[in-house]
Write a protein that binds this ligand. Sequence first.
Ligand SMILES: [Zn+2]
Length: 89
Amino acid sequence: MATDCLTDAEIASLRDVPPGAAPGKLAQHLASCDRCQARALFGAARSPGKKREMPALPSLGRALALLAMVVLALLGFFWTLTRLTGPPD
Ligand SMILES: [Zn+2]
């Protein structure tokens, strides 16, 4: 099935038809192909007019700051855990 997957334009055309009205060949492939189902649901070319900008990726600085906060939260959690269980003897 991987050889004759739907094109982005075909998937975009399937989005706009009412349920049950899709062309048989396209609907048949979509029903049996995980890859095209995922593309139809989560991302492929959209029909013109519904185009949206992709959200900007977070900058490296913000990603590192988030990572640092996660590490701090983990350290805090383990520190609290050692206080709760008592110091090792
Ligand atoms: Zn496919």
